[in-house]
Design a protein around this ligand. Structure first.
Ligand code: ADP
Ligand code: MG
Length: 136
């Protein structure tokens, strides 16, 4: 049975800054994702705080929001069978040091905070995050 889903992906400032956007987009398409929506933006810290609200009690929250708003990012809607889980797998573990070979974070991530990509962690959050960046 087909189970096409959409998920939100962000290429974070560290990767955009290193001009890795085409390589990372290629990894998505080579792995069977369709890039349905795609835009390069820079967000304000207040928007980053809203986006990462689930982490507001974490000690790294402030740095995380500073970081996401520190430079251009690319936000994308990805579509594939079981896209949410498939994207989490392709991204790899949050800490690039723990990420499996062949994952985006293993290949491109610099550190736990500069880990190159964001991906929604559930179908419910994917809907919320897609609406957050693509209202139209
Ligand atoms: P993921 O991005 O894998 O879903 P989380 O949702 O747990 O990870 O965290 C959101 C982001 O916050 C991570 O991608 C990472 O950039 C940052 N982060 C998570 N844990 C830490 C930490 N212990 N120290 C610094 N930054 C962190
Ligand atoms: Mg997360």
């Amino acid at each position: 049975m087909s189970n096409t889903e959409q998920t939100l992906s962000i290429i974070k400032p560290d990767a955009v800054e290193r001009n890795l956007d085409s390589e990372i987009k290629n990894m998505f398409t080579l792995n069977g994702f369709k890039i349905i929506r795609d835009k390069k933006i820079k967000i304000e810290k207040l928007e980053a705080e809203k986006f990462y609200k689930v982490h507001e009690t974490k000690p790294f929250y402030n740095d995380l929001c500073e970081y996401l708003s520190s430079g251009p990012i690319i936000v994308m809607v990805l579509e594939k069978e079981n896209a949410v889980l498939a994207n989490r797998e392709l991204m790899g573990a949050t800490n690039p040091n723990d990420a499996a070979e062949g994952t985006i974070r293993k290949k491109y991530g610099i550190s736990i905070d500069k880990n190159s990509v964001h991906g929604s962690d559930s179908i419910e959050n994917a809907k919320i995050e897609i609406d957050f960046f693509f209202q139209d």
